[in-house]
Design a protein. Sequence first.
Length: 352
Amino acid sequence: MVHNFNAGPSILPKEVFEQAAAAVLNFNDSGLSILELGHRTPEFSAVMEEARSLVRELMQLDDQHEVLFLHGGASTQFMQVPMNLLDAKDTAAYADTGVWSSKAIKEAKLFGKVDIVCSSKEKNYKCIPNDFAVPNDARYFHITTNNTIYGTQWQSIPKTSNSLIADMSSDILSRQLDFNAFDLIYAGAQKNMGPAGVNLVVVNKNILGKIKRPIPTIMDYRNHINECSMLNTPPVFAVYVCMLTLRWLKALGGVAAIEKKNIEKADLLYDEIDRNELFTGTVNKADRSKMNVCFVMNDPMLEKDFLDHAKAQGIVGIKGHRLSGGFRASLYNALPISSVQVLVDAMKTFKK
Ligand SMILES: *Cc1c(COP(=O)(O)O)cnc(C)c1O
């Protein structure tokens, strides 16, 4: 048995893999593979519509918010967001909480002015900034709700009068939030809601069309909204697998139910990290991520041995990111608590 702690692409429910595999051979008893079906057929349109409406339902979105499944990873949104929302003379506010935020900042600078209103860079991104102000005239304020590489997470959503925008790639649908408080949310699917190759974008349509820059057709959110997320050929298989994962989440009880499980998993692992004198958590306790748990061994010489010991128990994907070293265990929605228990047991037996 393999226990998959990969950071992304990452674990999805087994039943989703089974259903996806079956649909590759014979989609809904049509005699056709999901891979050879026209995207404008009623069969695929139904998939896209169900995926969009499941997101709407699970996130409890109001009528002003539109749901899109777009090509490209979250990195495409680093560019598409400012291209749609920022004129050259405008300023956008960004919180710099890690590698992904800084990449978003770099792209935004191509389109307008960027005000980095807070940064945890000096502290090696081990915490979430808490003392900052966002200028009223900033067009929007961008945060990365969960910092996948460093293992920090905004525990609550900052209160601001500005239009709030979030990269939720690694904690989308993992906890209850007032999603309507955001004017735009984006997430590469491959961390918590599906396979690589598609982005979820949730956007308040009232913020669009406010800038003068001409926007290339395929980059303009309004065109995707008008065409019900079928402006061109969507990544059909990735959307289909997202839909299956969203169905799975709904059947489980939705975001409230998964949040409860995610808290139990994170508590189980952090408790062991804090209890076991061989290990230390790397980030500020108050800012700990429930999705990506980063820790090191007090004796770095033992890390290789622990990796081997964990591997022998079927544990994969806990080697830390190349930038931060040590270990990172990703506890995404589909990871069962039994896998976390196996990791905790491995930490205990290694001690002996
Ligand atoms: C993985 C990740 C990205 C990059 O996603 P791509 O789909 O590879 O472009 C961006 N932001 C966050 C928070 C991530 O975890």
